[in-house]
Design a protein around this ligand. Sequence first.
Ligand code: TMP
Length: 212
Amino acid sequence: MNKGLFVTIEGGEGSGKSTLIERLAHTMQGMGRSVVTTREPGGIPIAEKIRSVILDREHTAMDSRTEALLYAASRRQHLVEKVIPALEQGSIVICDRFVDSSLVYQGYARGLGYEQIWAINEFATRKMMPDLTLYLDVSPQTGLARIARNADREINRLDMEKLSFHERVREGYKQLLLRFPGRIVEVNAEKDADEVYAEAASIVESRLASML
Ligand code: TMP
């Protein structure tokens, strides 16, 4: 049986993660691989309920530590219920966001600090990390303009943050790239979707080839 591969896709709002994930999954399935696509927060019923609590536009009173704990709680449940079983069966799991999002959004952009966010996530994940992370880098201006053009996309509590928050998110990802140079690969997502897809697919394919 094939060994599973845990791939996460990270990036700011409007970086094109969902479109890319669909296309990558299609390609990997075409290569005969079993692929599970999923997202955080969410991916299973309990975690989707936590997602709706976190992202509810009326929950403006939510404390940033409460928010960080809810993300970690939803991550734990999603990991044990969906991600780990799929990897054990040899699937490629492509997940829209994971621990890096908490390190960047809660640790860096909300100012709770990398160490504290790492500590609660270490408890939640028991240090399980992705095999490969693609970071889709886009300026907040481009990303937010894309969201504004996409009528189908929900506008959530975090989209309503100021531009400076989204700029801090981008800076936070740049710092994470320095911390995890082997695992996280940056992809320029200012380019058009076809080019982003081609670059991302070749990175994933070469990682799969190196596992043979
Ligand atoms: P999405 O719009 O990419 O589905 O993500 C939902 C929002 O949740 C997005 O603004 C990023 C945020 N988020 C965090 O702040 N911390 C986390 O750990 C995760 C997974 C998401």
